[in-house]
Design a protein around this ligand. Structure first.
Ligand SMILES: Cc1cc2nc3c(=O)[nH]c(=O)nc-3n(C[C@H](O)[C@H](O)[C@H](O)COP(=O)(O)OP(=O)(O)OC[C@H]3O[C@@H](n4cnc5c(N)ncnc54)[C@H](O)[C@@H]3O)c2cc1C
Length: 436
């Protein structure tokens, strides 16, 4: 559990930046980040502590503008993850909580299922390992299929063996995030959009609300306790509170293609490759979306800034920071070949289509068009290790502010599926740490 959080521990300068102290909103607890993890946590904390004054700060003018609103939209079942890991536990629990929540709120979803397809004999042993993992993780109703049974579920697909997960589903995670925020607000939680947190101070002459959080427009809020869930910026925000830069977030763009509407009949369920264990990503897959479109992707391309959704999005400061990070240089050396291939494929659409023709042979380049993109927050260690699990530092907490700020530093996929389970764990942790 300790690995999951980074408790800040440095002393802070006492700075009074505000002019009229009486106007500054004061909260028992402030959550920073209006993605799915921040929104789910704010909601859970408000449910558990209805009389607590809780504020949610988000730098954009809406919620789920980054990872939570730009992803594959899959409700993962928990097959891939190392047994006993937080990812395994929180994904399986998260799926159960998510479906109950969707039913309660009448959020549109579909349990369309998922196939992990082995197309070559060399992939079969890895597929069988995945089956074992899924069983160990408590994934319900997993089944191994032969090529004939695969075709019964997915008539246009081809493979020698497959893993069938009937409870994997699809949903619009951006919509789910907004629903969490709505629950939070209906229970009296306060939200502040366009609030780009860029500094933390120790409050002047206010021992009750000792943490002052300031934004780029020099507006402040004060808090007794703070939780940060800043996704792609989790390292930057943690550094603002005196925490180490690591785990560093390296942005990887995931680009998708759309299958043209007239060919949507080619795919019914999620069709995934057997993942390559050398990489933390699940591989290019075919996924029906809840709006009826089918997406193909995502690839994994180094983005030239944290919010680099297109090739032309470049932030020289962030790019320099990435290039100077020793972990990135080590990773780049190790995966240079893979990275180059991904970039070439990104530029040449037929090469992307070839990746999924293994599963759906009827699909041709004329059946696809450019689709959306998302940017993954990939946590990385100084030694170039790609960090897979939900990761947290466990530095001892101290100081007036240090003991009051909790950082959720890494919530990669299946973070959306796991969001309600993560929120429960965060609320437990806040109770233990802050006696909330
Ligand atoms: C391409 C892709 C595909 C994926 N597919 C799936 C999937 O199919 N299923 C699944 O379960 N998961 C999937 N994931 C993972 C999932 O989307 C993430 O785990 C989840 O969205 C993380 O949520 P978050 O709230 O931590 O981050 P985010 O959604 O990135 O939210 C962080 C928020 O913090 C805000 N913020 C940052 N800095 C500041 C600041 N200084 N001040 C104020 N606000 C700030 C940002 O604006 C943002 O709104 C995918 C992710 C990607 C990128």
């Amino acid at each position: 559990m300790n690995k999951l959080f980074n408790i800040t521990h440095k002393n802070f300068n006492t700075v009074a930046r505000y002019h009229n102290v009486a106007q500054i909103p004061k909260y028992d607890l402030v959550v920073i980040g209006g993605g799915i993890v921040g929104a789910a946590s704010a909601r859970e904390l408000k449910i558990r502590h209805p009389t607590c004054k809780i504020g949610l700060l988000e730098k954009e003018s809406g919620y789920a503008c980054h990872q939570s609103g730009n992803n594959s939209g899959v409700v993962h079942a928990g097959i891939y993850y190392k047994p006993g890991s937080l990812k395994a536990k929180l994904c399986v629990e998260g799926l159960r909580l998510a479906y109950t929540y969707f039913d309660e709120k009448r959020i549109k979803y579909s349990k369309c299922g998922k196939l992990i397809v082995a197309t070559e004999q060399s992939e079969v042993s890895r597929l069988l390992d995945l089956y074992d993992r899924g069983i160990q993780n408590g994934v319900q109703d997993l089944k191994l299929l032969d090529g004939k049974e695969l075709k019964e579920i997915e008539p246009y697909s081809k493979g020698i063996q497959a893993l069938w997960s009937p409870h994997t589903g699809i949903v619009n995670w951006g919509e789910v995030t907004k629903s969490y925020v709505q629950d939070f607000e209906e229970r009296g939680g306060k939200t502040h959009l366009d609030f780009n947190v860029n500094q933390f101070y120790e409050s002047k002459d206010d021992a009750e609300y000792p943490v002052t959080i300031s934004n780029s427009l020099d507006k402040q809020v004060q808090a007794k306790y703070v939780l940060t869930c800043c996704g792609l910026h989790s390292d930057t925000v943690a550094v603002l509170t005196g925490c180490p830069e690591e785990p560093k977030i390296i942005p990887f763009r995931g680009e998708y293609l759309y299958i043209k509407k007239e060919k949507s009949n080619l795919v019914k369920a999620n069709i995934y490759p057997v993942p390559d264990p050398r990489f933390p990503f699940l591989g290019v897959h075919l996924t029906p979306r809840i709006d009826g479109r089918i997406i193909v992707g995502p690839n994994a391309i180094l983005a030239f800034c944290k919010e680099g959704y297109r090739w032309g999005d470049i932030n020289m400061k962030e790019l320099k920071e990435i290039a100077e990070f020793s972990g990135f240089r080590k990773m780049a050396m190790k995966y240079a070949g893979f990275g180059l291939k991904e970039m070439i494929r990104s530029a040449i659409m037929p090469l992307q289509v070839m990746q999924v023709q293994k599963y759906i042979q009827e699909l041709t380049t004329s059946d696809v068009e450019m689709g959306p993109a998302g940017v993954r927050a990939q946590a990385m260690g100084k030694d170039g290790t790609l960090i897979e699990d939900f990761v947290f530092d466990s530095k001892p907490s101290s100081g007036a502010i240090g003991s009051r700020v909790l950082h959720c530093r890494n919530a990669p996929s299946p973070g959306a599926t796991s969001s309600l389970a993560i929120a429960k764990m965060i609320a437990d942790k806040m109770k233990d740490e802050f006696k909330l």
